[in-house]
Design a protein around this ligand. Structure first.
Ligand SMILES: Cc1cc2nc3c(=O)[nH]c(=O)nc-3n(C[C@H](O)[C@H](O)[C@H](O)COP(=O)(O)OP(=O)(O)OC[C@H]3O[C@@H](n4cnc5c(N)ncnc54)[C@H](O)[C@@H]3O)c2cc1C
Length: 441
């Protein structure tokens, strides 16, 4: 069974023109479309499959500042406030709550790292509490083992990946925007070097402004416009258990296993960072760009298989706009999970948390996590032709910071002074090389 996902309605007709066309109905695209529509722009959101069906429904749901890279922390903080703001505005429960995130460890070096981050975060106005062994034992009582220490970030939280993007798409419509599922954008029409239209499989929308929020497909799409965007995806395999364990911390991270309460009362289980690298033409194209990240993370990566190559999201092919593209062939990237990782994850979770030992598996799935070479997204209005804004490469952090990213996109499109610094998200930084600047998780 794939990751659970709520259905949302499409608008009846594709508009002939719009102030902005947003390509990609993940959390980033839906939030961008939502804030643009809320500001009175006419917005069309086009999604080749279903809203939220790729990464944005397959993640753990963590919305965190804890351990964030300094380049992303202000957006993470802003996003937490926006999760609350969007829920209130659209009157829907996105499953967001500031339940706090609990990290437990037996590794002094890891605990020291958290302490250093705590000191840095304090300079940014973010509070996080180091836990002594006694405090870790108390907060981690469900694990039935002692810990050397931990950290608790009280203002962080979780939202529900199975509902968030579909409900925010409802918010787009509420503010007058339109939402089009099973509607792949095949390419961009240019006039005098500027965006003039978006060609979709259902017809052309005339517009001067496009937001490309295509997640793992973004680099391939950019290549059609002659834009080089170093991007690569790894396959992460996870599972959920049926409801029944009521005494666990809502969001718990340990080196061996992470456990998150789901909106339906079940739990998502995952091993942080562990993933498969499925080789694709794009993997080879950008191999040199990703060497610093690989050098840092190779221990948790395993070779994968050819399913990524076959899916076509990292193809190097150019396609024509008047016939079906790889995006229509692979409506939803739904890779097979690694049975080895799923079994290992389940065994570790049941060993650590006795409350989970008898609960049946609800679903197993995998998702391609798209990343940039330095682990920081690209949000750039100058990445391509005039009127083309790229917002992708969220590197495993995009769900939590989706609202902040969407607001920033709306600021950049409408010319409003952004509430967060954004120069660090420019595509050009990756052209210069990002050696030595790979983010932590
Ligand atoms: C297993 C896993 C765990 C994770 N855990 C967390 C977490 O706890 N917290 C966190 O913050 N992040 C987490 N992430 C990362 C997070 O899910 C992503 O960073 C985020 O969802 C990316 O959102 P997005 O909108 O950029 O991309 P996506 O959600 O992938 O959406 C992109 C959409 O664009 C569509 N599209 C692409 N090209 C076109 C086109 N040409 N025309 C029309 N539509 C198109 C696709 O169909 C897709 O729906 C996790 C990811 C995974 C896989």
């Amino acid at each position: 069974m794939p990751a659970p996902l709520m259905a949302t309605m499409s608008s009846p007709e594709l508009p002939r023109e719009a102030d902005v066309v947003v390509i990609g109905g993940g959390i980033v695209g839906t939030c961008a479309a939502y804030f643009l529509a809320r500001r009175g722009m006419s917005v069309a959101l086009v999604e080749k499959g279903r809203i939220g069906a790729e990464q944005s429904s397959r993640n753990w749901g963590w919305c965190r500042q804890q351990n964030r890279d300094g380049r992303e922390l202000p957006m993470a903080t802003r996003s937490l406030a926006l999760w609350e703001d969007i829920s209130a505005d659209i009157g829907e429960d996105l499953g967001f709550r500031r339940c706090g995130l609990l990290y437990l460890s037996d590794d002094e070096a890891e605990i020291d790292g958290w302490r250093r981050w705590r000191d840095f975060a304090a300079t940014q106005g973010v509070t996080t509490h180091m836990l002594s062994a006694a405090e870790a034992a108390e907060r981690g009582a469900a694990t039935a083992k002692p810990w050397k220490g931990g950290v608790f970030s009280p203002t962080d939280g979780i939202a529900d990946p199975s509902r968030a993007a579909p409900l925010i798409a409802l918010g787009v419509r509420k503010h007058g925007g339109s939402v089009h599922q099973f509607c792949a954008a095949r390419g961009i029409g240019l006039q005098a070097g500027a965006v003039a239209s978006v060609v979709t499989e259902r017809g052309t929308i005339h517009t001067k402004q496009v937001v490309m929020a295509g997640g793992a497909w973004a680099s391939t799409f950019c290549r059609q416009l002659g834009i080089s965007f170093p991007q690569s995806a790894v396959r992460s395999s996870i599972l959920s258990l049926m409801p029944g364990a009521n005494e666990l911390p809502p969001a718990l991270h340990t080196a061996g296993i992470s456990v998150t309460l789901r909106g339906d009362g079940g739990h998502t289980l995952a091993v942080s960072g562990m993933a498969n690298v499925d080789p694709t033409p794009q993997t080879f194209r950008y191999a040199a760009d990703f060497l610093p990240m690989f050098a840092r993370r190779w221990r948790i990566l395993s070779p994968g298989d050819l399913q990524g190559w076959l899916a076509g999201h990292e193809s190097r092919r150019k396609w024509a706009l008047d016939r079906p593209t790889p995006m229509e062939r692979t409506r939803i990237l739904d890779p097979r999970p690694s049975a080895r990782i799923v079994d290992l994850t389940l065994a570790r979770a049941r060993r650590l948390l006795p409350a989970l030992s008898t609960l049946p598996v609800q679903a197993t799935w995998a998702g391609y996590i798209d990343s940039t070479p330095d682990g920081i997204p690209v949000i750039d209005p100058s990445a391509g032709p005039r009127g083309f804004l790229l917002a992708a490469g969220f590197s495993g952090h995009g769900f939590g910071i989706g609202p902040g990213a969407g607001e920033l996109v709306a600021d950049l499109v409408t010319g409003k002074e952004p509430s967060v610094e954004y120069k660090q998200y420019a595509l050009s930084r990756l052209r210069r090389g990002a050696w030595g600047k790979v983010s932590d998780f």
